[in-house]
Design a protein around this ligand. Structure first.
Ligand SMILES: *Cc1c(COP(=O)(O)O)cnc(C)c1O
Length: 250
């Protein structure tokens, strides 16, 4: 369990890492947003970060979005959904203040989302999640199918594609990790050149605690950081990235 001051110290360290990666790649710090990956993190600890000039959080499980909703109402923030989304949870994602679904990865989910958004007279920003590491355990559309999926989703007038998201390969081999991020960047460029209406490719959400420097060097506009701010989690990440896992109630 992190202390308040360790969260503040960790945030300072993350911003220093972001800054030096930006300097190295000749980018402006303002081009890179920090998203706090808050899975398993209690509202009191999330509030420490939000009170320390952070604004953007990301949750992986609808259950956690719901559980923390009330407690976080008093602090201004923006919330993205970054986990695997089952279509029967769409209603709740819309109810609990999520402003962007970063993990849209299939047409069937987009169809149901469009339907529900129309019914509620709402709109939703999304990123398309791409599986750049070809690991079977990870969600995301394959790079080969991404453009055709995006063209189909672009027809849905309630859904606004704002960019791409990926989880890089888990590997100590930095060049292999870099290849995942380069692939996402190349895909972004290919999609831009298709000029698809209702599709913006401004955002590239990639890079986590261990690989954020590489992601920034390769063009990330949003990095998603959990462990380096809030400490180690009690559950392995596979718990969050695999289907059919039960929700945790803290
Ligand atoms: C947990 C998680 C992160 C953050 O990972 P850390 O290694 O804890 O920084 C980023 N993206 C997704 C989708 C996650 O589930």
């Amino acid at each position: 369990m992190p202390t308040n001051s360790s969260i503040v110290d960790n945030l300072r360290e993350i911003h220093a890492r972001i800054e030096s990666a930006c300097v190295n790649s000749k980018r402006e710090v303002s081009e890179v947003q920090l998203l706090l990956a808050t899975k398993t993190v209690k509202p009191e600890n999330i509030k420490v970060a939000l009170s320390n000039n952070e604004r953007l959080i990301g949750e992986n499980k609808v259950q956690e979005v719901k559980e923390k909703y009330e407690a976080l109402l008093s602090v201004p923030h923006e919330k993205h959904f970054i986990g695997h989304l089952q279509s029967n949870k769409i209603k709740e994602v819309l109810r609990y203040g999520v402003t962007c679904i970063q993990s849209l990865d299939r047409l069937s989910l987009a169809e149901k989302l469009q339907k529900r958004l129309t019914f509620e007279n709402k709109h939703m920003n999304v990123f398309i999640q791409v599986n750049t590491s070809a690991e079977k355990s990870k969600f995301g559309v394959s790079p080969d199918n991404a453009i055709s999926l995006i063209k189909q989703i672009a027809h849905f007038d309630r859904i606004h594609i704002k960019g791409l998201m990926t989880i890089g390969l888990f590997s100590a081999d930095k060049e292999k990790v870099r290849e995942c991020f380069q692939l996402l960047k190349q895909l972004q460029q290919a999609i831009i050149s298709e000029n698809i209406s209702n599709v913006s490719m401004k955002e590239l959400s990639m890079g986590m605690s261990g690989d954020l420097e590489i992601a920034i060097e390769e063009g990330a506009t949003i990095i998603r950081v959990g462990t380096a701010v809030f400490g180690e989690r009690a559950y392995p990440d596979s718990y969050y990235w695999n289907e059919n896992t039960n929700n945790i109630v803290q």
